[in-house]
Design a protein around this ligand. Structure first.
Ligand code: ZN
Length: 338
């Protein structure tokens, strides 16, 4: 059975976030400012109005809702404002390490160079570096197609930027199958870039297997529907493939009917490398602390299980071994001081 924790324990404990899209983390006031500045057809007057915009019942409606706001990011200063506010928010939750993903193709299409985009984000990461370690996953959007995603990987590899932790494929896996992105992922592997893939969200186990076998994903974003195939679950445990799980996201996008149907506690108790993440915190109106709260109360997690989730996040990070050990040491110390 679960145990009682101090009311603010989950807030104070050190945390790791590996699955967060920057465009899904725009603070409400910032979203409204950007929409107003760009003369959007509809500008929400309050965060409650904005919430009504973020209404959806499936992944494709979700993408449309997200873009109705994120399309108003037009300048690198906008991106920096969003990144700074995100990092400030995570610091208040004692998140010590984050790999956030950014839809850089969108800003390339606006005319900025990859170098400029990464320099803008690097500046934000450096300002916060004494409180949080922030690294970037280059987002590959399935809807951009195989050619454009492969080109973006080539540019990323050529730049070899210190902020970049790896690449991540997202979007609707049921409309754009994993196999179409083989070239992008082969290029990434040859260049030594770490690779994560959204899978097992809109589709079932086959999509997770394709992510592993065809794209050589080292990490799976979500992986929720892997539960439908016990052989795959065994494989994920044996190969210690990290799954970045997002409870509220899966609930809001109707991947699962209710919290108790979520495989997260089964995965955890069977020894899979699962951790908790927020995906698009401002779109879902959630925080990482809140996701831990949800898991703690919903699944009766013990303090030891919560600790294991945090350390699973450390294990899943795209870090060279010496830096992972360093992060492990920092989290261990912070945990001991609780
Ligand atoms: Zn995601």
């Amino acid at each position: 059975m679960g145990e009682e924790l101090d009311s603010d324990f989950l807030q104070r404990m050190p945390k790791v976030e590996l699955h967060l899209h920057l465009e899904g983390a725009i603070q409400p006031a910032t979203a409204i400012d950007l929409m107003r500045r760009n003369g959007a057809d509809y500008v929400p007057e309050s965060s409650l109005d904005l919430k009504r915009l973020y209404r959806f019942e499936d992944l494709s409606q979700f993408v449309t809702a997200l873009r109705s706001v994120s399309n108003h990011i037009q300048r690198l200063e906008d991106l920096q404002r969003i990144a700074r506010e995100l990092l400030d928010n995570l610091i208040t939750q004692n998140v010590r390490y984050i790999e956030f993903d950014c839809a850089v193709q969108k800003y390339l299409d606006l005319g900025f160079t990859l170098d400029e985009i990464l320099a803008a984000l690097q500046e934000c990461a450096e300002e916060a570096a004494d409180r949080i370690e922030a690294r970037l996953v280059i987002n590959l959007q399935r809807s951009h197609g195989p050619q454009k995603t492969a080109e973006l990987v080539e540019r990323t590899a050529a730049l070899d930027h210190p902020l970049v932790a790896g690449i991540g494929l997202s979007g609707d896996e049921s409309r754009y199958p994993q196999r179409d992105y083989r070239r992008a992922f082969d290029l990434a592997r040859e260049a030594g870039l770490h690779r994560t893939v959204h899978a097992g969200e809109a589709l079932g186990p086959d999509s997770v297997r394709d992510a592993l076998d065809l794209l050589h994903a080292e990490r799976i974003d979500h992986g929720t529907r892997a539960i439908e195939d016990p052989v795959l679950v065994d494989r994920l445990r044996e190969e210690q493939i990290p799954l970045t799980q997002c409870l509220s996201s899966n609930l809001r996008l109707n991947i699962i009917p209710d919290l108790h149907s979520h495989p997260f506690p089964l995965f955890l108790r069977q020894g899979l490398v699962v951790a908790l993440h927020t995906d698009d915190p401002q779109v879902f109106g959630i925080t990482l602390t809140g996701e831990y709260q949800l898991a703690h109360s919903g699944f009766s997690l013990t303090r030891d299980e919560i600790r294991r989730i945090v350390f699973n996040g450390v294990q899943g990070a795209f870090l060279p071994e010496n830096r992972r050990e360093e992060l492990h040491r920092r989290i261990t110390e912070a945990w001991a001081a609780l």
